[in-house]
Write a protein that binds this ligand. Structure first.
Ligand code: NAI
Length: 337
C-alpha cells in the first residue's frame, strides 16, 4: 500500500516509517501541504495522509478520486478541514485519530497558563541577560480561582483533573454534558461571566466558530485569561486583540490561530509577517503563542503513527475501521460495520 504523506516534518518520519514497515504501508513523504496545486503528487498512491493545515476541499477530493486515491488517513483528531460531504460523494474513505494523548494537549494548556500567570517567559529572557529584577513579574495564585472549561471531552476532562489538583474551582460548558461529571455545568454565558480563566476544548464547527467574539468578550471578567489549544477560529482574533488592547482580557495563551495555515509549523524568522493581527498579538507582553505544538510529545507521535497505520490497514484490508468518519444523510457517523 502506498500513501502520499503531505506536510511531512522531520519529527513525523521515524514513527511512521517504523509502523508503516510493520504493517506493510509505504509512505512517500512530501514537505508541501496538500492543495489543488500539489494533489498530483498523490498519483499512483492508494491514498493520502494529511494533517491539520492540508486542504481537503471538494475540488481537492474530486481530484484525488480522479487519481483513484480512495483513502484519506488524517493523522490528527480534528477534521474541520475536510469537506466530508464531498468525500462521501467521491467515495473517499476517511479515518482520523480521535485520541492519541489527551494528556499532551491538556498539559500544554497548563504549561501556557503557568508560563503566563507566573511570567516565566519574561524571567527566562531576563535572567539570561543577568537581569535579576522582579519588577513587573507579579503573578497570581491559581489556587482558589474559577476556571471555565468549554468542551469536556477527552482533553477537557484531563485539563479539569489537573486544575482540580491546583485547587481551582471548575465550571464547564458542553453541548453534550457528561453524565459522570464531578464538576458544575453552566451555560456558556454564565461560564464566561464567572471565570477567571477560560480554556477552550471543543471542536471547531459552524456553531462554535467565533464563539469568543466581541460580544462574548464583553461578558467576561476584566482581566480574564483565555487559553486556546483547540482550533484558532473558535476565537475572532480581531476581537481578541481589541479585548487585549482595552485591558478587558488580561492574557491570552494561544496554541492555535485562526489564520495559522500560512505560518505555523514553518521557520519564518527573517521574513516579514503579512498578518498584522498575528504580528500584533505576538508583540503583546501578555500573549503567549506556540505554533500548534500541544500534541507534540513522544508518546503522542508514536500513538498517532500507530493508529493512522492501523486505520489504513483496517479500511483497506479488513473493510471495517472504528475510527472511520462516514458521511451519511447529512451527518458524520463514527465507525463502520
Ligand atoms: P472530544 O471529541 O473528546 O471532546 C470535544 C468535546 O466538545 C465533547 O465533549 C463535545 O460534546 C464538546 N462539544 C461539541 N460541540 C460543542 C459545542 N457546540 N459547544 C461546546 N462543546 C461542544 O475532543 P478532544 O479529543 O477533547 O479534542 C478537543 C479539540 O482539541 C479537538 O476538536 C481539536 O480541535 C483540538 N486538538 C488540538 C490539538 C493541538 O495540538 N493543539 C491536538 C488535538 C486536538
Amino acid at each position: 500500500m502506498r500513501f502520499a504523506f503531505f506536510d511531512a516534518k522531520a519529527y513525523d518520519k521515524p514513527s511512521f516509517e517504523k509502523f508503516g514497515a510493520e504493517y506493510g504501508v509505504k509512505f512517500k513523504f512530501y514537505e508541501t501541504k496538500l492543495n489543488e496545486d500539489t494533489v498530483g503528487l498523490a498519483r499512483n498512491c492508494d491514498g493520502v495522509c494529511t494533517f491539520v493545515n492540508d486542504t481537503l476541499s471538494a475540488a481537492v477530493l474530486d481530484q484525488l478520486a480522479d487519481l483513484d486515491c480512495r483513502y484519506l488517513a488524517l493523522r490528527c483528531a480534528g477534521y474541520n478541514n475536510v469537506d466530508m460531504k464531498a468525500a462521501g460523494e467521491c467515495g473517499i474513505r476517511v479515518a482520523h485519530v480521535p485520541a492519541y494523548s489527551p494528556h499532551a494537549v491538556a498539559e500544554h494548556a497548563i504549561a501556557l497558563l503557568l508560563t503566563s500567570v507566573r511570567r516565566i517567559h519574561k524571567a527566562y529572557i531576563r535572567t539570561r541577560d543577568f537581569n535579576f529584577s522582579l519588577n513587573g513579574m507579579t503573578g497570581f495564585d491559581l489556587y482558589g480561582k474559577t476556571v471555565g472549561v468549554v468542551g469536556t471531552g477527552r482533553i477537557g476532562r484531563c485539563f479539569i483533573d489537573i486544575c482540580k489538583g491546583f485547587g481551582m474551582h471548575v465550571i464547564a460548558y458542553d453541548k453534550f454534558p457528561a453524565k459522570d461529571a464531578d464538576f458544575e455545568y453552566v451555560s456558556l454565558e454564565e461560564l464566561l461571566s464567572r471565570s477567571d480563566i477560560v480554556s477552550l476544548h471543543c471542536p471547531l464547527t459552524d456553531e462554535t466558530r467565533h464563539m469568543i467574539n466581541c460580544e462574548t468578550i464583553k461578558l467576561m471578567k476584566k482581566g480574564v485569561v483565555i487559553i486556546n489549544t483547540s482550533r484558532g477560529a473558535l476565537i475572532d482574533a480581531e476581537c481578541l486583540l481589541d479585548g487585549i488592547k482595552s485591558r478587558q482580557i488580561g492574557a491570552a495563551c494561544l496554541d492555535v490561530y485562526e489564520e495559522e495555515t500560512d505560518f505555523f509549523f514553518e521557520d519564518l524568522s527573517g521574513h516579514i509577517i503579512s498578518d498584522d493581527i498575528l504580528a500584533r498579538l505576538i508583540s503583546m507582553p501578555n500573549v503567549i503563542v506556540t505554533s500548534h505544538q500541544a500534541f507534540l510529545t513522544e508518546e503522542a507521535l508514536s500513538n498517532i503513527a500507530e493508529t493512522t497505520v492501523k486505520n489504513i490497514v483496517q479500511m483497506k484490508r479488513e473493510g471495517s475501521c472504528p475510527n472511520e468518519l462516514i458521511w451519511k444523510k447529512g451527518e458524520i457517523i463514527h465507525g463502520t460495520k
